[in-house]
Design a binder for this molecule. Structure first.
Ligand code: ATP
Length: 248
């Protein structure tokens, strides 16, 4: 038999405010070491799916009311975000969320708060993050508020990496960034995936770029997966081209 996926989401329903049914039975698998893209338009349910996995729904008055979420076969729906970080699952939220008044370096260091392997190990990870994001090294002493949107997105990803994650949930990394910077961010994601074996589940409205970097894609519409497949197959699919790649 195949080994269980790193992440297995099975038939989840999510309801906000006790009444608003937003996910209507979403299933997806994220194999270890892969990059999986969650695609779909505004309001399709991408962010909600990521929040369900990282257990960030409660703050939004949402809850998983049906289905299962398993990490390496372990049910994780009841785990706190902190417990998930300890198991190597970290979310980078949409809109970046760097601490504006902190320097880039202090922002990065906040990502290591849950680690118990000592200062030297954290310093080593910091150098690794700087190796992947040379821009962040250059800007290490700048207050995040005074850095560019691209640098802030990199800072948010770098901060997640400071937790030494196995899996990063990345919400709309391309949002608000110039095409060249988007490309740079995705290149680094690919490098991290290939060299550090970090697994990525990323939500993207930019189908074009996501399918160039992902191994597999799921397309969400109105709280349901309407199509999924290898990224290369989805790129060739006529419906995907017509509705999501603007080639119709
Ligand atoms: P976007 O790219 O705009 O974030 P999305 O695909 O990530 O889109 P979600 O943010 O998951 O979509 O939203 C899915 C639906 O859930 C939308 O109709 C949205 O209005 C609704 N929704 C999201 N958060 C809440 C909330 N806290 N309370 C009520 N409804 C919500």
């Amino acid at each position: 038999a195949l080994p269980p996926a790193l992440l297995d989401v099975n038939g989840i329903e999510v309801i906000y405010h006790h009444v608003i049914l937003v996910l209507k039975g979403v299933s997806l698998q994220v194999p270890e070491g892969s990059v999986v893209a969650l695609l779909g338009g505004n309001g399709a349910g991408k962010t909600t799916t990521l929040r369900a996995v990282s257990n960030l729904l409660a703050g939004e008055r949402g809850e998983v009311t049906k289905g299962r979420i398993e990490l390496r076969g372990e049910r994780i729906e009841k785990l706190s975000p902190a417990q998930l970080v300890q198991r190597g699952v970290v979310q980078v939220m949409e809109g970046r969320h760097c601490f504006a008044h902190l320097t880039i370096e202090d922002n990065l260091l906040t990502g290591a708060y849950a680690r118990k392997d000592g200062k030297a190990a954290v310093a080593e990870t910091l150098e690794k993050v700087y190796a992947y994001f040379p821009r962040l090294k250059t800007r290490r002493s700048s207050q995040a508020a005074y850095t560019s949107g691209g640098e802030q997105q990199m800072c948010a990803i770098g901060r997640a990496l400071m937790a030494n994650p196995k899996m990063v949930l990345l919400d709309e990394p391309s949002m608000g960034l110039a095409p060249q910077i988007v490309e740079e961010v995705f290149q680094i994601v690919q490098d991290l995936n290939r060299k550090e074996r970090v697994t990525f589940l990323l939500a993207e409205q930019n189908t074009h770029i996501a399918l160039r970097y992902a191994d597999h894609g799921y397309i969400l519409e109105n709280g349901r997966v309407v199509m999924d497949g290898a990224a290369a197959e989805l790129r060739e699919n006529e419906d995907v081209q017509e509705f999501y790649l603007g080639m119709g």
